[in-house]
Design a binder for this molecule. Structure first.
Ligand code: ZN
Length: 425
């Protein structure tokens, strides 16, 4: 890790910048795939699956029998763990439901707002080095709780043309009815435009590599909504003298093992941690199966030393980390000072992996500084809000002149007339 002692504010801009993939360079390939899918549907999806995933598939849809049998293919303790995590995620997201509030803004003028579930949802679960069944729970449970009518899921087939049973078990728990073995750009295209077998959806959710991200950006321009801009995962740990260097190192590594492009930060006021944490990192890294991945992520990660916790928090808010762990004696007070972060983990016994899997909060969070303006996934991500109003005759008599005056001033006579004609009646 690179070490920075008391970096001056002029350098913060550079210190809060993450390396990002060049999405623009990927657009020509994305465009070609999309045009083919729009023109030739399933046939094109099949071709690109052979080309990119090296698998020949006749049928993308996973049978109900295969989904029903998935539980018997995984260990009972894993099935129990997935069930427990699902319960916590369900409980936390259920609590985000709101009730309709009718507001009388002035006598006889009643306005209200209602959440309407987005009807058709497409979820994307990447394949690659690990089966991300946890992401199935994080995306599908809120969709079901929100009441989305049609939820479909795409995930790439492995070289033998199969999907990991833990992913299928999670889809069953979440009641996802249709799961397709389609990955990458072609999955995003199939869900955005629809094919003979894959229905067209209104919003696409889910992580993916830079190709998937480029594909989501492409379809979001004029075809369907997407969840949020996605980038490599990040973690910042704020620590003081009370922090256990071994705990801090374990958290940094848990994020570093996500991918070689992950970024982790240690931000501290305690000089001694700049030696104790790297020593722990070396020790723990040796034991990890994914040590190469974690090591290369650590290579471009940073340790920053500041003179006070005020400066630490100022830096953190400017960086706007996806995940923020506060391992300090006064973690609660610091938590109050957070203004930009995806998710905050308070105290020495709250590892970030709790939020990744099982505590209940969502693990789909804004990266690359987007936490300055964007929220992580929550129940609202699956709704659109519709406003309603109803005005009584007496109410319009009161409000009417106000509307008439404003319409006239904006030179919109027909707007004024729509009021006048009623008041005169
Ligand atoms: Zn993680």
């Amino acid at each position: 890790m690179q070490t920075y002692r008391y970096p001056p504010k002029e350098s913060w801009d550079q210190l809060t910048t993450r390396a990002t993939a060049d999405y623009a360079a990927k657009l020509p390939v994305v465009e070609e795939v999309m045009q083919n899918i729009r023109a030739r549907g399933d046939a094109a999806v099949r071709e690109f699956t052979t080309k990119f995933d090296k698998v020949q598939l006749d049928d993308f849809l996973i049978s109900e029998l295969e989904i029903a049998n998935a539980e018997s293919q995984i260990k009972p303790d894993l099935a129990l763990a997935i069930r427990t995590a699902a319960n916590n995620i369900r409980t936390f997201h259920e609590a985000q439901k709101t009730t309709v509030q009718k507001v009388e803004t002035q006598p006889g003028v009643i306005c209200w707002q209602k959440n309407m579930p987005i009807e058709k949802i497409g979820l994307y679960i990447p394949g690659g080095s690990a089966p991300l069944f946890s992401t199935v729970l994080m995306l599908a449970l809120p969709a079901m709780i929100a009441g989305c009518k049609e939820v479909i899921l795409c995930t790439p087939p492995d070289p033998s043309g199969k999907v990991h049973p833990a992913i299928l078990f999670a889809t069953k728990l979440c009641n996802v009815k249709r799961v397709f073995k389609i990955g990458g750009i072609q999955a995003i295209g199939a869900m955005a435009y629809g094919t003979e077998t894959v229905p067209k959806v209104h919003k696409i959710f889910g992580p993916g590599n830079s190709w998937v991200t480029a594909a989501k950006q492409y379809v979001s321009i004029n075809t369907c909504s997407i969840d949020m801009p996605a980038g490599p995962s990040e973690l910042a740990v704020v620590a003081d003298i009370s922090a256990n260097p071994a705990f801090v190192a374990s958290d940094l590594l848990s994020q570093a093992e996500h991918g070689p492009d992950s970024q982790v930060l240690l931000v501290t006021t305690e000089e001694s941690l700049l030696e104790k944490v790297p020593a722990e990192l070396t020790l723990q890294l040796e034991q990890l199966p994914r040590k190469e991945t974690a090591a290369s992520a650590l290579g471009h990660s940073r340790m920053l030393l500041f003179d006070s916790m005020e400066t630490v928090m100022e830096f953190i808010n400017e960086y706007a980390p996806e995940h923020l762990i506060l391992q300090t004696a006064d973690a609660h007070t610091l938590a109050e000072k957070v203004t930009s972060a995806g998710s905050v983990f308070i105290g020495h016994f709250t590892p970030e992996s709790a939020g990744d899997y099982a505590s209940g909060t969502n693990h789909t969070l804004p990266t690359n500084g987007w936490a300055r303006s964007v929220s992580g996934l929550n129940l609202d991500s699956f709704y659109k809000k519709i406003t309603y109003q109803e005005i009584t005759k007496a109410g319009l008599q009161q409000l009417g002149p106000i509307i008439e005056t404003m319409a006239e001033a904006e030179l919109l006579q027909a707007h004024k007339n729509a009021v006048t004609i009623r008041i005169k009646k």
